[in-house]
Design a protein around this ligand. Sequence first.
Ligand SMILES: [Zn+2]
Length: 343
Amino acid sequence: MVAVAFALPAFSATVAESAAPAAAPGHAGKPFPQAPDIAPIGVRIDKYIDLPDVAKGPPIDGAKGYRLEDLGRGLYMVTDNGYQSMFLVYETGVVVVDAPPSYAAKLKQAIAEVTPLPITHLVYSHSHADHIGGAGTLGGKPIIVAQEETLKFLKRDADPARPLPTVTFKDRYVLHVGSQRLELSYHGNGHEPGNIFIYAPEQKTLMVVDIIFPGWMPFRRLAVSQDIPAWLDQVRYIDTLPFEKLVGGHVTRIGTHADVRTQIEYLDDLKTTVGAALKSTPFVADINPADGGNAWALTGDYTARVAVQCVNALAPKWSHRLGGFDAFAWDQCYAMEQSLRVD
Ligand SMILES: [Zn+2]
């Protein structure tokens, strides 16, 4: 295969010019010209980039294994600095929102620090086991509230660790308990169908899971969202809401509007960078002529060269501004590349 005109001169080396012996089929060959220093997916990193201060939260008491944060007027966040959930205390009981299995066994102890009242209600943010898979261990017979799409997933999954919701809703549900209130609303497929917004109006606290990651890179592949444009829209929509505290379901601390805006800035940068790389990168470069009939080889090589440009462009701006840049940078460049090509 003859090299075509290349936007990046360093990409113009052809196989014929290479003096190095060919790698075994399927094995790594020469690195791409201008390969970033950030290790690619699947390669061990000896030492990750130090976390910026913005990614650090209050420490976890190692003996307890969780941290309790008072969000005001009977609302509390529980976290192990990897996951986050909430509970709301009212006159005769407690409403639990999510039960991540990573600390669900300690959830009753955390509640007992504040009140002896029983758990009467459970709210599921969405169906994923990593956020609600501790629900089955809480005991009792709480009323379980979720969006109707979540019920569909949980019926399919038939997981005893995630008991089925007993109350479902389509667009909106207000949970009144004593003098407390939680406003549940559904805004479409952000992250996965059924993922809801949980707003405590008195406490001006919004919980919405797997959308905003305060101080951190979003989780891998843009929070493994099924519909990336819809997820991006929800990030922007969240910034229009009147909360003061945001519980995002992950990592070290609660968030603010400033965190949402930083994430919007990062995602805009990612989208612009990948869009430009998709346009400027030739589809065929110096692939081995013997792979000429291999459609997936051509595509894999092209998307890798787009991702190389993406990581190179983002690293100077973001690798010390968001926690975990080196863990997920490649992954997110690939996710955005895929979305921009097909969505
Ligand atoms: Zn999830």
